[in-house]
Design a protein around this ligand. Structure first.
Ligand SMILES: NC(=O)c1ccc[n+]([C@@H]2O[C@H](COP(=O)([O-])OP(=O)(O)OC[C@H]3O[C@@H](n4cnc5c(N)ncnc54)[C@H](OP(=O)(O)O)[C@@H]3O)[C@@H](O)[C@H]2O)c1
Length: 349
C-alpha cells in the first residue's frame, strides 16, 4: 500500500510502497478515509517539535472505516466509521501519540519507549493498524455527506477538551488567543456551538480574523498589537480565555489573555508556546483566577463533539477543506504550512 514515511531523524517525508498492516493483539485495522495534515507537520518532520521515533509511517489521527479487529476488541467492528485519536494512555502520565511526536505528563519513560515500539506507525497511509484504545466509534458517520471534512474532528476535540476544563460555555464570554490558527478556529466554532454569549477571536492574520467574524454576530475580533496592555483591554473582560498559540517569541499575548479575565475567570493553555509565564501571586489570588492546562482529548469529548456535528449544531461547511493525495508530500506540507484559520488540509487516499 502507499504511505508517507520518515526513514530516519534527518530524512524528509516520502511516499513509499509498504506492506499492508497485519492485525496484532489489541489492534484494529482501518481503511483511512481522511487524515488532517496539521499546519506544523513540516516542523514535526524536521525535528522542531521533539524526536520522532523512526522509521515510521507518519500521521497523528484519521477518520477510518474498520476492516478487521483483533479477537480482544469489542467496542468497534468491521464497517464502523471511527476517529483514530492517536492517544495511547498507560496511566501515571505515560502517554504517547501514535505516529507523531508528543509525550504525556511523564515526559517519557522506559514504558513509553516500549509503547512506541509496539504502536509506532500512524495514519498517513491507505490502511492503518491502530491500538484499540485510540478508536472512537462515530455512529451514523457512514451517512455523513463528506467524510473527509470529519478529519477536522481531532482539532475540534482538543479545543473542546480545553474549553471544557473551564466549565459550561453557555452564556459566558470566551476569548480564543491564536484564533487565526486551525486549533483556534476550531475553538471559536466549538464555543459558538456550545452557546457562548460572545467569542472574541484574537490573532495577527487579518484575513483569517475577517473569516471568523463571518461565523455570526456573537463573534468579536481583535488583531494583536503586540502590546500587552492594549491587547488585554481590547480582548476583555472575558470569563474564559483559551490559548491556542503556536511557538511565540514572548509570552505577551498569553499574558494579555490572563489580564483580560474577569474575577473567577479561567485561562486554559492548549497551544505550543514554549515560554514561562510570570503569574503575579497576589493578583491571581485576589481575582480568584484559575489556570488550567489541557492536552489532547478523551472519548467522551469525541462523542459529544461528533453529536454536535451530526445534529447540525456545529456546521463543518464553514471550514474550507483542501484535499491532497499521496503523490507529492512536499507540496502537501507546504500547503498545510500556508493554511490557517478556518481552512485545513486533509490527506484523502
Ligand atoms: N494541547 C494539545 O492537546 C494540542 C494538540 C494539538 C496541537 N497543539 C498545539 O496547538 C498549537 C496551535 O496549533 P494549530 O494547528 O492551530 O497551528 P497553526 O495553525 O500553525 O496556528 C498557530 C497560531 O499561532 C499564532 N502565532 C504563531 N506565531 C506567532 C507569533 N510570533 N505571535 C503571535 N501569534 C503567533 C498564529 O497566528 P497568525 O496566524 O495570526 O499569525 C496562529 O494563530 C500548536 O503549536 C500545537 O503544538 C496542542
Amino acid at each position: 500500500m502507499r504511505a508517507w514515511t520518515v526513514a530516519s531523524q534527518d530524512d524528509d517525508l516520502r511516499l513509499s510502497e509498504v506492506p499492508e498492516p497485519s492485525l496484532q493483539g489489541g489492534g484494529v485495522v482501518v481503511e483511512v478515509l481522511a487524515a488532517h495534515l496539521p499546519a506544523y507537520t513540516k516542523a514535526v518532520v524536521t525535528g522542531g517539535r521533539g524526536g520522532l521515533l523512526t522509521p515510521l509511517i507518519l500521521g497523528p489521527s484519521c477518520i477510518g472505516r474498520v476492516t478487521d479487529v483483533a479477537p480482544d476488541v469489542f467496542h468497534v467492528a468491521p464497517g464502523d466509521v471511527v476517529l483514530d485519536t492517536a492517544l495511547l494512555n498507560a496511566g501515571d502520565g505515560d502517554e504517547i501519540l501514535v505516529g507523531w511526536v508528543g509525550l504525556g505528563g511523564s515526559g517519557g519513560s522506559e514504558r513509553t519507549d516500549r509503547m512506541r515500539e509496539v504502536w509506532r506507525d500512524g495514519a498517513f497511509a491507505e490502511k492503518a493498524l491502530c491500538a484499540k484504545e485510540t478508536m472512537v466509534k462515530l455512529p451514523d458517520a457512514e451517512n455523513y455527506p463528506d467524510p473527509a471534512r470529519l478529519a477536522f474532528l481531532p482539532w475540534l476535540c482538543v479545543a473542546a477538551a480545553g474549553l471544557r476544563t473551564a466549565g459550561p460555555l453557555a452564556g459566558r464570554d470566551v476569548a480564543v488567543i491564536g484564533a487565526t490558527g486551525q486549533m483556534g478556529g476550531a475553538a471559536v466554532m466549538l464555543a459558538l456551538a456550545e452557546g457562548a454569549a460572545t467569542v472574541t477571536a484574537v490573532g495577527r492574520n487579518k484575513v483569517a480574523l475577517d473569516r471568523l467574524a463571518e461565523l455570526g454576530p456573537r463573534v468579536r475580533t481583535h488583531q494583536l498589537t503586540g502590546d500587552r496592555t492594549t491587547d488585554a483591554t481590547a480582548i476583555g473582560p472575558v470569563d474564559i480565555a483559551l490559548d491556542t498559540l503556536g511557538a511565540t517569541p514572548t509570552a505577551d499575548a498569553t499574558m494579555a489573555a490572563y489580564d483580560s479575565l474577569r474575577v473567577r475567570g479561567t485561562l486554559v493553555l492548549v497551544g505550543g508556546v514554549r515560554q514561562d509565564l510570570t503569574i503575579p501571586y497576589s493578583d491571581f489570588m485576589h481575582r480568584r483566577l484559575t489556570l488550567r492546562g489541557s492536552w489532547m482529548s478523551d472519548d467522551e469529548t469525541v462523542t459529544r463533539v461528533w453529536n454536535l456535528v451530526r445534529s447540525g449544531v456545529l456546521d463543518l461547511s464553514a471550514v474550507e477543506l483542501l484535499k491532497v493525495g499521496f503523490d507529492d508530500p512536499e507540496s502537501a506540507l507546504d500547503l498545510a504550512e500556508r493554511t490557517s484559520g478556518l481552512s485545513f488540509v486533509a490527506l484523502v487516499p
